[in-house]
Design a protein. Structure first.
Length: 252
């Protein structure tokens, strides 16, 4: 059956995932930038507060080892949190298309992606639900591009959840026979079968600007042998990324 075209589609000006990747990445970085200040504000406030308390105690001429240990641990943990967010931000901006395909652990990938996304979700009262996969769950991919793809999909699902009465997005993964199935669910339940079919078409995914994040994620994942699609059988909007299992996972 012929793919449905978006309203106002102009066949003379095809828009492809490749042609919008740079613009999408710039938009994604803009969203990250707006949220990163919120994400690191709390740990920086903790660091400042404990540093001021230590100085005040020292000026009084007495500071207990217990107080030093407590403040030092709080400063260390907060500093590690800031470092984690900043490193994730810098890593996201680079080009990973020449990285090798390897068996990557999805638990670490999930943690890095949600660390970049959580501030935006929290600031708009959208709950980001995370089901961490087991530490040994791995699949063949380019880890950096896998993270980028998940971030783009989360951005799309965030926008859909904003329209729902109860706002949430869920990230999870299950092991199938030869694949790891990553599921990104949205609380959006008003998506008709026609719209889902429209989104599931790889052709219109590359042309529908509102969903262009899925198009670029689809391009990135297919480049390392994965498959991205909209699950038409799910009760609410669900995007699935199927990744070949790591060698130790196959047949398990």
């Amino acid at each position: 059956m012929k793919s449905q075209k978006p309203p106002g589609h102009d066949a003379s000006s095809e828009i492809t995932p490749w042609s919008v990747t740079a613009g999408l990445k710039a938009n994604a970085l803009s969203k990250l930038s707006s949220g990163i200040a919120h994400e690191i504000n709390n740990p920086l406030t903790i660091i400042l507060g404990h540093a001021e308390n230590l100085i005040a105690s020292a000026q009084k001429g007495f500071i207990s080892p217990t107080e030093v240990t407590k403040s030092a641990n709080a400063i260390l943990q907060s500093s590690q949190r800031v470092n984690h967010v900043v490193r994730g931000f810098r890593n996201f901006a680079r080009d990973g298309s020449q990285d090798p395909i390897e068996a990557a652990q999805f638990q670490a990938i999930f943690e890095r992606v949600t660390a970049l996304s959580r501030a935006r979700f929290r600031n708009h009262d959208v709950e980001l639900l995370l089901e961490l996969p087991p530490a040994d769950m791995s699949g063949f991919c380019r880890p950096h591009e896998m993270e980028q793809s998940l971030f783009y999909v989360l951005c799309v699902m965030f926008d859909t959840a904003l329209e729902a009465e109860v706002k949430w997005v869920k990230l999870s993964a299950i092991a199938l026979n030869e694949h790891i199935q990553i599921r990104i669910d949205s609380s959006c339940s008003g998506v008709s079968d026609d719209v889902r079919s429209f989104l599931d078409s790889s052709k219109v995914l590359s042309e529908a600007s509102d969903w262009i994040g899925l198009a670029v994620a689809k391009e990135l994942t297919e480049a390392f042998g994965a498959k991205l699609y909209v699950d038409l059988s799910a009760p609410s909007l669900r995007v699935v990324i199927e990744v070949p299992k790591g060698s130790s996972e196959v047949g398990s």
